[in-house]
Write a protein that binds this ligand. Sequence first.
Ligand SMILES: [Ca+2]
Length: 191
Amino acid sequence: MPAKSKEGKSMFLWDILKMNRLIIFLLLLSPLLVSGQDNLEQHTLFVLESSLPSDLLNLYTLEKIKGNYALRTDINPFYLRGDFDGDKVLDYALGIVDRATGKKGILIYHFGAKSYYVVGAGKLISNSRNMDDLSLMDAWTIHTVEEVEKGVGETSTIKLKGEAILGIKTESSSWLIYWTGKEYSLYWQGD
Ligand SMILES: [Ca+2]
């Protein structure tokens, strides 16, 4: 049946042409899919930035800060308020990501003193066993109790000058980030 075989052959060629068109279409579409993810990320960052209190936004949008650090989008809440230096004025702690290394940390703003500190995000944290990245922290909260129990592996106890940040790796470990009067230091709580 030559006519049938001819038709079958042309159908086969037609299928290949359709397949090629589909592949070309997908190849053309792929950059759009990637940029769609970028747009989503940009939108998330825009929403978070728009949600910042104006005092914290003014600090964050300084070129030397925003130019070097992106907002951390994978922690909730993405900023905390507490009196970290103990001057009775509420301060801010904001989750950030070092743009150069992707290492995560915290931007702490002493609102009364108008000074800020970067904890982690590529900078070594005092008494942290050489930690410069807080990516492991998947939850955080304010620690308001002044008396701190002696932590696992710690040789001395500490007395807090203000409130501290309790960093948590859920179902694993926790630590305090607290103001010593000169710098932010880490104090392990439990493993
Ligand atoms: Ca304060």
